[in-house]
Design a protein around this ligand. Structure first.
Ligand code: AMP
Ligand code: MN
Ligand code: MN
Length: 324
């Protein structure tokens, strides 16, 4: 740890009157858990922003996180801040709309993250590329500053780590990750209950929607590549929320022959959001051409093209990385 930068970060936090903590777009358990843990530490000094519109709202799965209900959304946030802290936000284009305006104009910005592709877009950057999750990064910060982690904070950080490691299955799960998880349980995190809330809490229509999407999957390159496409029409048919797509790419990757799974989602502006998962191939390489990023086995990007065109462009890049 570079103590100097960490001290600067805490100087800025201490000198600020009003702080905004920002999650990434399409928020997941890591960005929301880290955001809530930091809010619990900073209390009234900080507001939180979940980067969704008011109509989309906070993902149902994570509504149980302490204090998340106090969060602002992109429609009701105003620039009254002197410091913005982003958590688990891999790149500047994962900050959109009003949040981006505030980020670009605020006096000080801090970026707390664990994506190796993070280019340090803030004024102060604390990016730990080998950490499992932003939650792990924040826990280390709390520990090195002797900050007391309450039961509620432990719950939030545990959710971050649990969800970003796929329930401690991915190779970002280090022995240190498991030690931290163990310490969080000692601090009061209720591991079994949190796992149930994160994984066994799905609406019926989510599973029906996912099975319809999965049944249309196209398999290419001798079943090494699985591509599922989701149109706006598909969402309508099942009254599906954006978060209903969570886990589809992971499910397709569980097929023995599949090396890369891709989920393409038609945005309401006609562009295509891509999620990639892999067993061995570095999918960060695949999304580079589209200015995406992420991790070796989980990466994403947005392609400014229709879903069919995006699929074609993507397959070209996948083919280059597959070593056929
Ligand atoms: P997703 O498929 O959206 O769950 O994202 C997989 C991983 O890639 C996560 O770690 C994301 O933070 C990252 N990621 C997704 N989209 C982008 C993007 N447009 N730019 C940079 N990183 C991304
Ligand atoms: Mn994330
Ligand atoms: Mn993360």
């Amino acid at each position: 740890m570079n103590e100097n930068i960490l001290n600067k970060i805490f100087d800025e936090i201490n000198n600020s009157k009003k702080i905004l903590i920002v999650s990434h777009v399409n928020p997941d358990g890591d960005t929301l858990g880290t955001m809530c843990a930091l809010k619990l530490y900073l209390k009234d000094k900080a507001d939180t922003l979940v980067q969704t519109s008011a109509s989309v709202g906070i993902p149902d799965t994570y509504k149980f996180l302490p204090q998340i209900a106090l969060s602002r959304n992109l429609d009701n946030v105003q620039n009254v801040y002197d410091l913005v802290i982003t958590v688990d936000v891999a790149s500047i284009d994962r900050i959109t709309g009003n949040a981006r305006n505030i980020f670009d104009n605020v006096k000080m910005t801090i970026n707390i993250d664990h994506h190796k592709t993070n280019n340090g877009y803030a004024k102060l950057n604390w990016v730990v590329g080998n950490a499992s999750s932003a939650g792990e990064v924040l826990y280390d910060i709390f520990k090195s500053k002797n900050i007391l982690v309450s039961k509620e904070m432990a719950d939030c950080l545990y959710v971050s780590i649990l969800t970003d490691t796929g329930g401690f299955r991915y190779e970002n799960t280090s022995s240190k990750t498991l030690k931290i998880a163990s310490e969080l349980i000692e601090l009061g995190a209720n591991n079994a209950d949190l796992a149930k809330k994160c994984y066994n809490n799905k609406p019926k229509n989510m599973i029906l929607f996912q099975s319809a999407v999965i049944s249309k999957t196209k398999f290419l390159f001798n079943n090494k590549v699985a591509i599922a496409a989701i149109s706006q029409e598909d969402y309508k048919k099942f009254d599906a929320k954006n978060e209903y797509t969570e886990g589809i790419a992971e499910t397709l990757r569980t097929i023995k022959s599949v090396e890369i799974s891709a989920v393409l989602k038609e945005n309401d502006n006609g562009h295509t959001k891509v999620s990639l998962r892999s067993d061995n191939v570095d999918v960060c390489e695949v999304v580079k051409k589209f200015n995406g990023g992420g991790h070796i086995h989980a990466a994403g990007c947005t392609i400014k093209a229709s879903i069919n065109q995006a699929a074609e462009l993507l397959v070209c890049e996948i083919e280059k990385c597959l070593n056929l």
